[in-house]
Design a protein around this ligand. Structure first.
Ligand SMILES: [Fe+2]
Ligand SMILES: [Fe+2]
Length: 387
C-alpha cells in the first residue's frame, strides 16, 4: 500500500486504506494560471488531475446514520425566511414612488464617491464569488452520501444544502444591485465575467468526498466571513455606512454557515477520527483555493491573479488570514489533542496539519514581497488600479 507523506506542499497522491472504485480523469496539464481563448474557456475548466469518488463505499453508511443528527443539530442553523433580511431592505425601494426612489439612488451614488476603484474591484470579485452560486450548489451535490438526489429530497443533508443555497442567493443579488446602482463599474464586463465563470465552474479537489467537502465549506465560510467583514470596515472608512451594513450583514450569514459546517466536521472527528483527520490534512495539503479561481472576463487571462493581488494588498484577504483560519480550526477541532487516531497515516496527518501554520508562515515571510504596478481591469471604466 502506498503511504502518504504530509511533509510536502505538492499535490499528494493519497491512497485510502481500502481503495474505493475510483474514477480518475486526466484533463490536461496542471497549469492553474492557464487560460483559454473565450470559445474554449467555458468548455474546459478542468486543468488538473481530477480524482472522483474517493470515499470508500462503506462510509456511505456513516452519512446515512447521521441524518437524524443533521436534523436536530444542523437544520436549526437555517434562519426562517420570515426572519431573514432581503436585499430590498438595503436598496432604494421603488415601491415608495419615483421621486423617493431617485433620491435614494442619488444618495447611494453620493455615498460611494469616497470609495476607491480598488475597493470596487474587490466588491465586484466578492459579488461574483457570491453570484456564482449555481456552481457551489452543484459542487455540494456531487458529495457522495449527502447529495440532493431529486432536487427536492426530504433527506436532512439535502434540506440543509437547499436552505443554505437560498440564503446565499441573497448575497450576490444584493451586492450586484448595489454595484449596478453605484454607477462605478462596467456592468457589461461584470456580467460577462459571471457568465464565463459559472460556465468554467470550480475545481476545489474534494473528490465527491464529503469529509473533504465539508472541510472546504468550513474553511470557505470562515474566509468569506472575514472578507465581507473587512469590506465593511473599509466601507465605513470610505464614508458609506449603508454598504458597511450590507457587508456586515452578509458576513453574519457566513458566520452562521461556518458554524454549521464546522459542527459537521467536529461530529465526523468524533465518530470517524482517522478518516476525518486524513481528509483535513489532504485538503490543507492541496491548499484551499478561492472558489472563483477559474474566473475570466473574456479579456484578461490573469484576472483572478489581479483580483487576488488587490485583495491581498488592501489587506481584505491575505495569506496571513489563511494561516489564521487554519490555526482557528486546529483550535476549534482540538486537532492537537485529538484522540482515537489508530493508524499511522492518521497520526501523520495530525502532525502535518498541526505543524502547517508555522511552515506556511516561513514560506510567507520568504515569498510575500508584493510588487505594486498599475493594471487595467475591465470591471472599472477606463481606469487603472494598483495590483
Ligand atoms: Fe455568501
Ligand atoms: Fe455562506
Amino acid at each position: 500500500m502506498q503511504t502518504t507523506s504530509f511533509s510536502q506542499f505538492n499535490i499528494p497522491s493519497i491512497v485510502w486504506a481500502s481503495p474505493p472504485p475510483t474514477t480518475t480523469m486526466l484533463c490536461g496539464k496542471t497549469t492553474s494560471t492557464r487560460r483559454l481563448s473565450p470559445p474554449n474557456a467555458v468548455a474546459s475548466s478542468t486543468s488538473r488531475h481530477q480524482v472522483t469518488h474517493s470515499m470508500p463505499p462503506e462510509k456511505l453508511e456513516i452519512f446515512k446514520s447521521l441524518e437524524p443528527w443533521v436534523f436536530e443539530n444542523i437544520l436549526p442553523f437555517r434562519k426562517p425566511v420570515e426572519k431573514c433580511w432581503q436585499p430590498i431592505e438595503f436598496l432604494p425601494d421603488p415601491s415608495q414612488g419615483p421621486e423617493h426612489f431617485e433620491e435614494e439612488v442619488r444618495a447611494l451614488r453620493q455615498r460611494v464617491l469616497g470609495l476607491s476603484d480598488e475597493y470596487f474591484v474587490m466588491l465586484v470579485g466578492n459579488m461574483l464569488t457570491e453570484d456564482a452560486l449555481p456552481t457551489y450548489q452543484t459542487a455540494i451535490n456531487t458529495f457522495d452520501g449527502v447529495r440532493d438526489e431529486t432536487g427536492s429530497s426530504p433527506c436532512p443533508w439535502a434540506i440543509w444544502t437547499r436552505a443554505w443555497s437560498a440564503e446565499e442567493n441573497r448575497h450576490g443579488d444584493l451586492l450586484r444591485t448595489y454595484l449596478y446602482l453605484s454607477g462605478r463599474v462596467d456592468m457589461l464586463m461584470v456580467e460577462k465575467t459571471l457568465q464565463y465563470s459559472i460556465g468554467a465552474g470550480i475545481d476545489i479537489g474534494v473528490e465527491n468526498n464529503p469529509y473533504m467537502g465539508f472541510v472546504y465549506t468550513s474553511f470557505q465560510e470562515r474566509a468569506t466571513n472575514l472578507t465581507h467583514g473587512n469590506m465593511a470596515k473599509l466601507a465605513i472608512e470610505g464614508g458609506d455606512p449603508v454598504l458597511a451594513r450590507i457587508c456586515g450583514t452578509i458576513a453574519a450569514d457566513e458566520k452562521r454557515h461556518e458554524n454549521a459546517y464546522t459542527k459537521i466536521i467536529e461530529k465526523l472527528l468524533e465518530i470517524d477520527p482517522n478518516t476525518t483527520m486524513i481528509a483535513i490534512a489532504y485538503m490543507m495539503k492541496k491548499r484551499i483555493t478561492m472558489p472563483l479561481h477559474l474566473m475570466y472576463d473574456g479579456q484578461d487571462p490573469n484576472i483572478f491573479k489581479h483580483f487576488s493581488a488587490i485583495i491581498q494588498k488592501q489587506g481584505v484577504y491575505t495569506s496571513r488570514d489563511y494561516v489564521e483560519i487554519l490555526e482557528f480550526f486546529i483550535r476549534r477541532w482540538k486537532l492537537e489533542k485529538l484522540e482515537g487516531l489508530t493508524t499511522g497515516e492518521a497520526r501523520r496527518a495530525q502532525d502535518f496539519v498541526c505543524k502547517l501554520p508555522r511552515k506556511i508562515k516561513r514560506f510567507e515571510n520568504r515569498d510575500n514581497i508584493l510588487d505594486s504596478h498599475p493594471v487595467k481591469l475591465s470591471w472599472i471604466f477606463n481606469k487603472q488600479v494598483c495590483v
